[in-house]
Design a protein around this ligand. Sequence first.
Ligand SMILES: NC(=O)C1=CN([C@@H]2O[C@H](COP(=O)(O)OP(=O)(O)OC[C@H]3O[C@@H](n4cnc5c(N)ncnc54)[C@H](OP(=O)(O)O)[C@@H]3O)[C@@H](O)[C@H]2O)C=CC1
Ligand SMILES: O=C(O)[C@@H]1CCC=N1
Length: 268
Amino acid sequence: MGTVAIFGAGVMGETLLSGLVRAGRSADDLIVTDRRPEHLAELRERYGVRTMGNAEAAAAADTLVLVVKPQDMGALLEEISDHVAEHNLVVSLAAGITTEFLESRLPGGSSVVRVMPNTPALVDQGMAAVSPGKHCDASHLAEAAELMRSCGKVVEVAEKHQDAVTAISGSGPAYIFYVVEAMIEAGVLLGLPRATSTELVVQTLYGAATMIKETKQHPTVLREQVTSPGGTTAAALRQLDDHKVRAAFITAMEAAAERSHQLASGND
Ligand SMILES: NC(=O)C1=CN([C@@H]2O[C@H](COP(=O)(O)OP(=O)(O)OC[C@H]3O[C@@H](n4cnc5c(N)ncnc54)[C@H](OP(=O)(O)O)[C@@H]3O)[C@@H](O)[C@H]2O)C=CC1
Ligand SMILES: O=C(O)[C@@H]1CCC=N1
């Protein structure tokens, strides 16, 4: 993989950077760029990595990882394009941005991989989906997968599915945090101390996620096991159905996929 340059050290860029460092990659092989010089100083201090301007970083790196917002991607590609050479692999983590968009703004024949990661990568529990561009061979895809495997799981998907992936695993952690917030507030409303409510909700989430993963049972079966006839869970689930929570989740995720599709142009 050689030298890896991360362009854009915001939430996702720094998450990947920290994962690469935890996975044992030498800081000497890591370059970071960002628009905020004070943030770059913090990153040098925290990780011992090199920081530089975009053009210089593109010229120095073997693998270029683009982690700016979709709306900033066109400008970044303009800055680095002249410095991208045939041996480089360009990996984009941006929602919506297609391999076609990237390839059309990079030198002809550039190897590009589109990735949709998520923030649980911060605790090595990330979920990333990778899709190859037109000029990628198996070794390029393997390299991008290895990069993302440093902080979680990796699957390959056809690029046409990346909007759906973004709606599920890319944005998904936010939906879970939203549900957790609501459950904690409900506990507080029912009179529990906030710390107790938080502990109960977090362990319940962790336990339920572990059950889904380890028992391999369908979620419907697991839900039915909790739902005693005439009991508390049935009373709660009826309210969720009455408030169309299932339909709201589906509509919300359709909106996320649609937004990902809109971002394909790289514009607001
Ligand atoms: N956050 C998430 O959960 C996920 C994010 N992504 C994708 O990751 C990308 C980044 O998202 P996120 O980390 O949340 O956003 P952030 O705004 O936190 O990070 C983007 C960073 O890139 C910097 N930047 C912008 N333009 C340039 C440039 N030309 N050169 C160098 N740095 C630049 C920004 O600086 P400034 O603040 O000054 O603009 C900012 O620090 C997006 O494309 C997003 O779709 C994908 C999956 C999950
Ligand atoms: O909200 C966003 O656009 C990014 C992409 C997926 C998660 N966060």
